[in-house]
Every structure is written in structure tokens, then in C-alpha cells.
Design a protein around this ligand. Sequence first.
Ligand SMILES: C[S@@+](CC[C@H](N)C(=O)[O-])C[C@H]1O[C@@H](n2cnc3c(N)ncnc32)[C@H](O)[C@@H]1O
Length: 266
Amino acid sequence: MAEHGHDSDVDAQHHCTHSHNHVSPNPHGSPQIHEGQHGFKEFNKNYFDEHGHRYNDHPDAHELARRLGVAMINAYTFNEDSTLVLDYACGTGLISRNLAAHAKCIVGADISQVMVDQYNQSVFNQGIPPEEMRAVCCDLTVAGPNQLDGMKFDVVVCASAYHHIPSIEDVTKALASYLKPGGSLLVTDIMKPSSAESAQALLPTEEAHINIIAHTGGFEEAVIKAVFEGAGLINFSFVTACKAKRNGHPVQFFLASGTKEVTEEA
Ligand SMILES: C[S@@+](CC[C@H](N)C(=O)[O-])C[C@H]1O[C@@H](n2cnc3c(N)ncnc32)[C@H](O)[C@@H]1O
């Protein structure tokens, strides 16, 4: 298995970073949503409810999650005795699994009940008690800040999901609201490729993915920086987390991080 820092390209095909017939490729990398935006949530929920049971069958999904997990561990000082983690759009728990040994407790959240059920089944199969790791089915952008039993987290992670979510502004604000003062938000997704050829690789390949991708073509640093700052996060950083291949072309995953300011009242 490839070592961190010398990774061969993992295939990110399973991440279905396609465009579809309601969203045009965005040459500037900025959020660009068309009339179908209100349907994205339902389409994603239905898609992952229908196909989620096969998500863990992709060997590259596990390897990508491992590499993204390593990047997160490098970006934040986890403490296995104290760190509380929220894994948003947690899917089947591939990212949580890579963080588990470094955290006291991980709560996953996702809009697909099928993904959440797989997450919890896998936790159960590993003999991990739900107090240490569990997932719930919910949309934190709708539910308000007091979902999750009023819990606040040291670190909130969100991997490979921003391209599915129409308003990355709203989700970033919602995720920031679950941070303790001084806590960090870590977001990873595909970076906008610099070559036209690689950008082409993000175009649709499967009809089945129609309507589930709100953002095509990867994200630019400036766009992610603006939404982090809009959510009141400071100390923004944006690094390459790992390389991947998409339709045979190289793409990169970024890891963005920002910190919730410690105010006098906190
Ligand atoms: C490509 S999977 C990534 C799963 C996991 N983060 C990982 O890296 O293995 C995308 C996940 O985002 C979830 N998702 C899509 N739209 C969402 C939304 N609006 N709110 C929360 N989760 C969403 C899907 O249900 C799916 O589990």
C-alpha cells in the first residue's frame, strides 16, 4: 500500500463528480447552481439510499478515505482522550473509521438512511459502543444548531460531499455552528484541475448520476476561502490532501481548514 507523501493515484471514480443536464460546467470554479437546486437534496438522498449498499465495494473508496484521513490527522492535533468529532455527510463511515483511533467520540450525520445504517452496522460489527461512534440521519442545514443533543465538537470534518450540496455557504455556516470555540472545520473535495484535459475528466460518464452533483469541475481555493470566512472561520488553510485519478486523468483532493474564533464570552 502506498505511503503518505508518495501516493500513487487512487481512482476517485466512485465519487461520481459528474455534471448533469441541469448544471453546466463552471469555468470559474465558483458555485453555480441552476434551477434544479431544490431537488439536489432529494435526488442525493434517493441515490445514496438506492446505491449506498454497494459504496464500500469500491477498493479505491477505502484507499482514498485512508489518505484523506491521514491528511486530516496532519492538519489537526487530535487527542484520543478528548477530541469530539462530527463527520458530516459521513456516508458508510470510511473517514470516521480512519479517525477513530485518534478521537474520543465520533458522531456521523448524513441525509441517507441507508448510508447511516451501514455506518452503524459497521460500528456494531467492530464492537465499538455507540457512545464512542454512531451516526444519525439528518440534514444539519435545516435542523438548526440544537440537533445532535446540543453537542459541540472540537473538529468537524466533511469529505467528498461539498460537490453534492447546493449551498456550500449554508452548509459551512451550519457546520461552523457545531464547533466549540477554537475548534476546526476540515473539508475535503476535488480541486479545480489546472489543465483543460483533467477538467474534462470531471464531465459526466454515467446517466445514473444525473441530478446529484450541484458543483461540477472541482472547487477553487478562493471559493472555499470565501465560504469559510463567510461562516466566521479564521486561520484558513488550503493544501493538497492527495492525488487521485478520474477517468484516467489526474485530479487532486484539497483539504481546507478553518478555526472558530475564541471570543471573550466563550
Ligand atoms: C461521496 S459520499 C462521501 C461519504 C464519506 N464522507 C466518505 O468520504 O466516504 C457523499 C455523501 O454525502 C451525502 N450527502 C449528499 N448530500 C447531502 C446533504 N445535502 N447533506 C448531508 N449529506 C449529504 C450522501 O448521502 C453520501 O453519503
